[in-house]
Design a protein around this ligand. Structure first.
Ligand code: CP
Ligand code: NVA
Length: 309
């Protein structure tokens, strides 16, 4: 058993393989409880603040419902409605919110701001996506892989596309559970060098393999899980046209997944752009697990909340 009470969830790099495994296992148990209507209101009397500086469908709704199902109270806070949006400091916001709430989830641009919030808050801070990382998404992805494949050992995950927040958190997540990962990104859109270095350290804990490539066919070859994400993330709208000229060879389509294992599954954090990073045949086809993946955001985050709060 692991004790995560009081911890922040800023990056999966900060969690041991046992801790990541425990979160995924609890996520599975809580999903069963929810499906069989077995009460699990372990956060009665607890309140979670949800600070959003970027749009969200899944993260917002799944966190709010998660708190509700755990017996707690979720409070949606748009940055523009907080004094934070008028220049109150992150440190002061953290100190004040810590006097009312039992936890804070934040989605924003700068990862450093989330680290600063966590430094000054005396309650757990959960990263609901930054430009650098999206750990909650990857916990749901790992839960989905475990459900579909039964194990992580011996599996290969291929991520094809932009070396972005999803790619970074996958590098950590795969290393922590001992799953091999091959990433293929265009030159100039590679994952962050420091993240690669830290994730390589993580692979030593489990003995998993990690490759960062430019060739999507090589990355997808024999993969059990194929993942992609948008070509232009939130905040990169101005680069959309330039990126649309670079990324087409990285589209996940029938031709590319022909190189994957016969029983591969396809994951995408959503929102998806059919005809851009993924073809409709793949995302709407029989190998796609994206709806289970989206559902698992709820269960994985319930596990995180139950353990941290
Ligand atoms: N996958 C994900 O985080 O979706 P939202 O942006 O809708 O929260
Ligand atoms: N990489 C995407 C993920 C959205 C959930 C973004 O940051 O916009």
């Amino acid at each position: 058993k692991v004790d995560l009470k009081g911890r922040d969830l800023l990056s999966l790099h900060d969690f041991s393989p046992d801790e990541v495994t425990a979160i995924i296992e609890l996520a599975g148990e809580l999903k069963e409880k929810q499906n069989f209507k077995i009460p699990h209101a372990c956060l009665q009397g607890k309140a979670l603040g949800l600070i959003f500086q970027k749009s969200s469908t899944r993260t917002r709704v799944s966190f709010e419902v998660a708190m509700y199902q755990l017996g707690g109270y979720p409070m949606f806070l748009n940055t523009n409605d907080l004094q934070l949006g008028r220049g109150e400091s992150i440190a002061d916001t953290a100190r004040v919110l810590s006097r009312y709430l039992d936890g804070i989830m934040i989605r924003t641009y700068s990862h450093a701001e989330v680290e600063e919030l966590a430094r000054y808050a005396t309650i757990p801070v959960i990263n609901g996506l930054t430009d650098l990382l999206h750990p909650c998404q990857i916990l749901a992805d790992l839960q989905t892989i475990k459900e579909r494949k039964g194990t992580f050992a011996g599996l290969k995950l291929a991520y094809v596309g932009d070396g972005n927040n999803i790619c970074h958190s996958l590098l950590f997540g795969c290393a922590k559970v001992g799953m091999d990962i091959s990433v293929a990104c265009p030159e100039g859109y590679m994952p962050d060098g420091e993240i690669i270095r830290l994730a390589r350290e993580d692979t030593l804990l489990t003995g998993s393999k990690m490759e960062v490539l430019t060739d999507p066919v090589e990355a997808v070859s024999g993969a059990d899980v194929v993942v992609t994400d948008v070509w232009a993330s939130m905040g990169q709208e101005a680069e959309q046209n330039r990126r649309a000229g670079v990324f087409p060879p990285y589209q996940v389509n029938e031709k590319l997944v022909a190189h994957a294992a016969q029983d591969y599954i396809f994951l995408h954090c959503l929102p998806a752009h059919r005809g851009e990073e993924v073809s409709a045949e793949v995302i709407d086809g029989p190998h796609s697990a994206v709806w289970d993946e989206a559902e698992n955001r709820l269960h994985a985050q319930k596990a995180v909340l139950a353990l941290l709060l």
